[in-house]
Design a protein around this ligand. Sequence first.
Ligand SMILES: [Zn+2]
Length: 300
Amino acid sequence: MIVTRMDIDGAGSPNALVAKILKFEPSLKPPIPIEELALQLDIKEIRPLAADGFEGGLITDAARSDGFILVNRTAAPGRRRFTIGHELGHFLMTHHKPPPGGFQCSRADMARFSAKEQDGYGSMEVEANQFSGLILMPPPIVRRYMERFREPDLAHLGNVVDDFAVSKEVAARNYAQFHDQLTAVVVVKDGRILRIYQHPNFPRLGVEPGAKVPAHTLFHRAGHKLNVPSVVAEAGAEAWLQSDWGKPLGELCEQVYLQQNGFALIMLSAETAAEDDDDDADAERTSKQRFQDQQSRWRN
Ligand SMILES: [Zn+2]
């Protein structure tokens, strides 16, 4: 690698930083070598952290001449990489002023993707998370990578996790955002919605975090197996989507993927508007045919 901190100087936002790093390292491929990149950008060492309750930390001086990253020594590989990305973000964003005692980041800090404007500490955590998410899965690389997946299917998440060496959560967020069909991934714990990741043009959902998974959805049907994605089935759009007066809801498909400890992922995929005026063979298929195709693929 050739990028130096001088090269990326002046890039103050997570997006600008990642764009500059990619400009100097155009041949970066997944999995992004995050440790090597941190060392290249003046992190002296990545050390194990044994303090309970913290996932990561950053030790640096006021002039930021160099830095030491601390990572929870029990963290799984995907999470460890996210933590390194997060602390590297704190280090590179020079407007991140370390709180007394340096940056000590908890698991809750690393799950924050929004903060109130006046919440300085929260905003730094959010930015560090954005940086980590972007550098581990840089949008131009993810866009190209995602072209291999045609119909959205949670079975693909395993490929994304392996190829980018990220956690399932980071993989799910990117999958929903960058799949070329309108896709949303709903993270569920004990029947309640925790988080929703969605394509920017996904139809307006009628559910939000904190709510129970709506009744009459595939999720509530019996027979789902742990750690095995279900078939992709037609879903009642009215259970998930907000209806605009007089406008018919488009078709929606649903897939359920039960995880350990009461967690589940639900994928929703909506008809894209573009498909309606597209006259290629794929657009001619009805959703019923698509459903049958997916089921037969599943059996093979
Ligand atoms: Zn932090």
